[in-house]
Design a binder for this molecule. Structure first.
Ligand code: ATP
Length: 236
């Protein structure tokens, strides 16, 4: 099911008198990974939440190629701090299949497969609450991927993780990209964006200043704000 392109047009989002998105516009299409970058507080997480339909805009619109319900059924969101159920790892990963009414034996069988793919075989029967941060992120990613989303939203999935967990997560993302998905991922890590992304969306004070192929963004950013950001200057 092709739910793309996804378009956000002139998005305005305010909270408690503060403008968080200030006329943000962007289009996402085809397979690949969009790295959403920008200074702290630029509105990156808020943009992802709006695209996924978690927050309603005051102005502007979010449109998919299909009706919203179809689009919703083919996308997934992995939060920076995953919300896990007090059940085993396998049961957590099987959950989206239960929601879709898939037979329990089949759901558990697929969940075991994803447990292995996520490098969590050793922890399959453990209560998810006892996992380390890296293991929880891998669980959350496997739980998102089991339903084969066409669009996957990720909010800094490897921040604070060690090298091995980061590599395992990036390997899962490479596989997901090879399956033709579009991943829209907030990252503060330029090296990671270069490893995974085909394009960078640079957000500053609630506006999309640039959405460019990854090589041109890092070689020749279009705005003074992006240049300063890449130099490591403090950008507000
Ligand atoms: N529900 C809310 N109520 C009030 N302010 C909010 C709310 N959500 C976000 N904000 C504010 O909006 C701004 C943008 O937040 P957001 O988390 O989207 O930015 P970000 O670019 O993801 O930041 P970071 O890189 O620090 O994670 C911040 O100043 C934040 O404090």
């Amino acid at each position: 099911m092709n739910i793309l392109p996804l378009t956000v047009t002139d998005a305005v989002l305010s909270r408690r008198g503060k403008t968080i998105l200030d006329g943000a516009s962007a289009t996402f299409d085809g397979a690949g990974l969009t790295a959403v970058m920008g200074p702290n507080g630029a509105g990156k997480t808020s943009l992802l939440r709006v695209l996924h339909g978690l927050d309603r805009l005051q102005e502007g619109k979010v449109e998919w190629a299909t009706d919203p319900a179809t689009a919703q059924a083919h996308q997934a969101f992995v939060f920076q701090t995953p919300v896990l159920m007090r059940r085993t790892v396998v049961e957590n990963i099987a959950y989206p299949l239960h929601l879709r009414g898939i037979d329990k034996t089949e759901a558990i069988s697929q969940a075991k497969d994803w447990t292995d793919r996520a490098g969590l075989t050793h922890a399959a029967k453990r209560d998810a609450a006892t996992l380390s941060g890296g293991e929880q992120q891998k669980l959350a990613l496997a739980r998102a991927l089991i339903a084969d989303p066409r669009v996957l939203f990720l909010d800094e999935p490897t921040t604070n993780l060690d090298g091995q967990s980061t590599r395992e997560i990036e390997n899962l993302l490479h596989d997901t990209l090879a399956q033709g998905a579009r991943i829209i991922m907030v990252t503060h890590n330029a090296a990671q964006a270069k490893r995974l992304a085909d394009e960078v969306l640079f957000l500053h004070r609630g506006k999309v200043l640039e959405q460019s192929p990854v090589s041109s963004f890092f070689r020749k950013p279009k705005t003074a704000q992006a240049q300063a950001f890449l130099k490591g200057d403090i950008v507000e």
